[in-house]
Write a protein that binds this ligand. Structure first.
Ligand SMILES: CC(C)(COP(=O)(O)OP(=O)(O)OC[C@H]1O[C@@H](n2cnc3c(N)ncnc32)[C@H](O)[C@@H]1OP(=O)(O)O)[C@@H](O)C(=O)NCCC(=O)NCCS
Length: 270
């Protein structure tokens, strides 16, 4: 079996990063193609801003795993978005471990994100993205020495500076600002994203909304092409029905549909 090598992502291999999470049989599907393209825009932006955004593991020339991250200078930490070894044949062969140790080694070295100082910690918020039988990211990070922050089992950190204790600031995401023209319609706002599935799931959400309310007009807003449309709505991305943001994930379809139905009732009342 060929040797595994770990490399930082650059403009030269950014397409490998955009493709790796998408199963090969989906790579020509137009919805996935858009998802990968949106990830590319995101990754190029991160490379421009920070000089790095991910590491890829290769077996020979085949990408087999990735770890994606970004520095948070105001906290002096590096945040890991995601780690992923997609193909079952590559699980439990040390690839995830190589990626994480590659990142640890790299961030301890000379990066000028924090005035030449190494980050105080690696921080991650895990989510259940594993395939059936695959190792969950939360257990992986714990086994590699990450510790839980407070009582949230998915918020984990690994101190790189001895004695450092991570105290997370309140995470305040953007809030939707209701627009009169969003009433009586479904609005989907999308843009560059670190995950190619963000757009794929939004398309799935559109399908679910159409099943619940086939009469509803639909508007798609591309945040890159129409930044003002996004900005006036508070800078949010996602699905808005009848001027109400839908917070459930479409992966939980029952809950998602119930929320859409509730949002539609909001119209009748007001
Ligand atoms: C977590 C993950 C990156 C680990 O990758 P990997 O290359 O298989 O991991 P490694 O071979 O380096 O193994 C790391 C450790 O986990 C253990 N491990 C891996 N898979 C395991 C499993 N299924 N059950 C129990 N332990 C497991 C290994 O034994 C090893 O522990 P050790 O070194 O203490 O013996 C991979 O399983 C993965 O991608 N999981 C899904 C993560 C996810 O949801 N990502 C987001 C997708 S959108």
């Amino acid at each position: 079996m060929e040797e595994i090598s770990v490399r930082e992502v650059t403009r030269g291999n950014v397409d490998d990063l955009c493709r790796i999470c998408v199963p090969s049989e989906k790579r020509e599907d137009p919805v996935y193609v858009t998802g990968m393209e949106l990830k590319r825009v995101w990754a190029l932006g991160m490379l421009e801003k920070w000089g790095t955004c991910a590491m890829l593991a290769y077996r020979g020339s085949i990408p087999v795993g990735m770890i994606q991250y970004y520095p948070v200078p105001e906290q002096g930490i590096v945040r890991i978005h995601c780690i992923y070894v997609p193909e079952e044949g590559n699980w439990r062969k040390g690839i995830g471990t190589r990626l994480l140790s590659g990142l640890m080694k790299d961030v301890r070295g000379a990066k000028d994100w924090f005035g030449g100082e190494p980050p105080a910690a690696l921080v991650t918020r895990t989510f259940p993205g594993e395939a059936p039988g695959q190792y969950p990211a939360r257990l992986f990070f714990r086994r590699r020495g990450f510790v839980q922050v407070g009582d949230d089992p998915d918020l984990l950190y690994y101190p790189l500076r001895p004695g450092f204790v991570y105290r997370p600031p309140k995470e305040l995401g953007p809030e939707y600002i209701p627009q009169p023209e969003d009433r009586g319609r479904a609005v989907f706002i999308y843009g560059p994203a670190p995950c190619p599935f963000a757009y794929v799931f939004m398309k799935r959400a559109e399908r679910a909304v159409m099943e619940v309310a086939p009469w509803l007009p639909v508007q798609w807003i591309d945040a890159s092409a129409e930044p003002d449309e996004m900005r006036k709505r508070g800078g949010v991305t996602g699905c808005i029905v009848n001027a109400v943001p839908i917070r459930s994930l479409v992966l939980d379809e029952g809950r998602f549909r119930r929320e859409v139905l509730e949002a539609l009732k909001a119209n009748a009342q007001g």
